[in-house]
Ligand binder design. Structure first.
Ligand code: SF4
Ligand code: SF4
Length: 408
C-alpha cells in the first residue's frame, strides 16, 4: 500500500514503524475472515483491513472523529489477524501507534474518561483490588445473579514448596491474579518443584504494564514496565534465575515485548532486552520435562487465549502437554477466535464481549468437558462468569490430578 505520512509523525520512530507496517498491507482482506468483530458486526471498518485504512488516513493527516475512535475501541487487540495475514502485517504494533494518535486528537465523553481513569488507577493496584474483591465476596450472597457470577468465590492457594533446588526461575505474580486466583502460581511452583525447579516471586513486583498500556495510558504502562524491571533486576542481574516464567499469557505477551516497548529508553533498553529474552510461558518450561501418565485425569476443553496463540505464537503446546499427562481433550471449534475478555474489553465493550463469550462457551461445551482449562487469568474470570462448569488454569488441573494420584 502506498503511503504519505503527515509531517507531525513522518520522521518520528513510531511514524517510521507505522509506515513500514502500512506498506506491507496489500489490502487482500484475508484477515477479515478471522476477525471476531467483523464476524459480529459485518462492517469493513470493524475488520483489520478497515481499521488499517482508518489508521493510514489518520497518520496521513485526515481529520479524526469519534467514529474513528469507536472502530479502534471495538478492536480486541486479539491479533488473530496477524496470524492470518500472508504479508506479515504487524497489526498489533500499528494499532498501538494509531490509538495513541487518535487518543491525543479526540476528546472522549466525560463518563468514558472517568471509567478509563478509574480502571487505570484501580486494576494495577494489587492490594486495593484484593480489598475490593474481598468486600465483594463478603457481599456475594446478597448480590443478584449476574453480579454474583462476576465475583469469583475464593479458593485456597495451597502450599508453596520452599526453594530447595539449584535450578531457580522467577515467576510474575501480576496485579489481579494474586487476588483472583492465588492457586495458579502455587500450583506452578508445586509442579515445577517435582521437576527439580524452584519457583520464586520477587518482592514488590507488580503489574507488567499491559493494563494501562492497553487502556491507552501508554506512558503510564511503560512506567509500570520500568518498575517491574527494577523489582526483578537484583535477581536477574546476579544470574540466580535461569528464566522468568509467565502463568498469565496476557502478561507474557507484554513482557516478551519489553525490548520493543522500552526500545527508545536509553536507561532501560538493555535491561528490557534481557528481561524479554529470559521470558517463557509456563508450557514452554514444562514441555521439556518428564510428566507421568496420570490415571483418570478426566475430560478437559482447552481455551487457547489470543495472547498465547496469536500474541506469542504458541500453539498446541498446552494441549500436547495435557494429552501426554493422560487428559482427554475435547475438540474446540473456532479455537482461533477471542473469548471476549481481552484485558478491560469485557468492561468497556460489554455487549460485544458477552456475545463472544457465549459463542466461545458453546464451542468449549460441545465436547462435554468436566472442566475448562485456560492459560490467562482474564479469560478464566470472564469465562467462569458465564458458566457453571469449572474454569481453571491448566496448571491447576494438572497439579490437582498429580496431587490426587501421586502425592509428593
Ligand atoms: S492485513 Fe494482511 S491479510 Fe489483512 S488486508 Fe492487509 S495484507 Fe491482507
Ligand atoms: S486484533 Fe482482533 S479484533 Fe482487532 S482487527 Fe485484528 S482480528 Fe480484529
Amino acid at each position: 500500500m502506498q503511503t504519505e505520512l503527515a509531517d507531525f509523525i513522518r520522521d518520528r520512530p513510531e511514524g517510521r514503524e507505522a509506515d513500514a507496517i502500512l506498506r506491507k498491507c496489500v489490502h487482500c482482506g484475508f484477515c477479515t475472515a478471522t476477525c471476531p468483530t467483523y464476524q459480529l458486526l459485518g462492517d469493513d471498518l470493524d475488520s483489520p483491513r478497515g481499521r488499517i485504512y482508518l489508521m493510514k488516513r489518520v497518520l496521513e493527516g485526515a481529520p479524526v472523529t469519534g467514529r474513528t475512535r469507536l472502530h479502534l475501541d471495538r478492536c480486541l487487540t486479539c491479533r488473530s489477524c496477524e496470524s492470518t495475514c500472508p504479508s506479515g502485517v504487524r497489526y498489533g504494533r500499528l494499532v498501538d501507534i494509531g490509538r495513541a494518535v487518535v487518543e491525543a486528537r479526540t476528546r472522549r465523553p466525560a463518563w468514558d474518561r472517568a471509567r478509563r481513569s478509574f480502571l487505570s488507577f484501580f486494576l494495577p493496584r494489587t492490594r486495593l483490588f484484593a480489598a475490593a474483591l474481598g468486600l465483594g465476596r463478603l457481599m456475594r450472597p446478597l448480590l443478584p445473579g449476574e453480579l454474583k457470577k462476576a465475583v469469583p468465590a475464593s479458593k485456597p492457594r495451597g502450599a508453596w514448596p520452599r526453594p530447595r533446588h539449584a535450578r531457580k526461575m522467577l515467576v510474575l505474580a501480576g496485579c489481579v491474579q494474586p487476588a483472583l486466583a492465588p492457586a495458579i502460581n502455587a500450583a506452578a511452583a508445586r509442579v515445577l518443584d517435582r521437576a527439580g525447579i524452584s519457583l520464586v516471586e520477587a518482592p514488590a513486583a507488580g503489574c507488567c504494564g499491559a493494563v494501562r498500556f492497553h487502556l491507552n495510558r501508554q506512558e503510564a504502562g511503560r512506567d509500570d514496565m520500568r518498575a517491574l524491571i527494577d523489582a526483578w533486576w537484583p535477581l536477574v542481574e546476579g544470574g540466580s534465575v535461569e528464566a522468568i516464567v509467565m502463568t498469565a499469557s496476557g502478561c507474557g505477551a507484554t513482557v516478551r515485548e519489553y525490548a520493543h516497548f522500552l526500545g527508545e529508553d536509553p536507561h532501560y533498553r538493555a535491561k528490557a532486552e534481557r528481561i524479554s529474552s529470559l521470558t517463557r510461558d509456563l508450557c514452554e518450561v514444562l514441555e521439556r520435562q518428564m510428566l507421568p501418565k496420570l490415571e483418570g485425569a478426566g475430560r478437559v476443553a482447552f481455551q487457547s487465549p489470543c495472547s498465547l496463540q496469536h500474541g506469542q505464537q504458541i500453539r498446541g503446546k498446552v494441549e500436547a502437554l495435557l494429552a501426554r499427562a493422560g487428559f482427554e481433550l475435547c475438540g474446540v471449534d473456532d479455537a482461533h477466535l477471542c473469548c471476549g475478555s481481552a484485558g478491560t474489553y469485557s468492561l468497556l465493550q460489554p455487549e460485544l464481549s458477552g456475545e463472544l463469550r457465549l459463542r466461545k462457551l458453546r464451542a468449549l461445551h460441545a465436547g462435554g468437558p468436566a472442566r475448562i482449562a485456560t492459560a490467562n487469568i482474564g479469560c478464566l474470570a470472564h469465562l467462569q462468569a458465564g458458566t457453571d462448569t469449572p474454569v481453571l488454569h491448566w496448571i491447576e488441573v494438572l497439579d490437582e490430578v498429580l496431587q490426587r494420584t501421586m502425592p509428593a
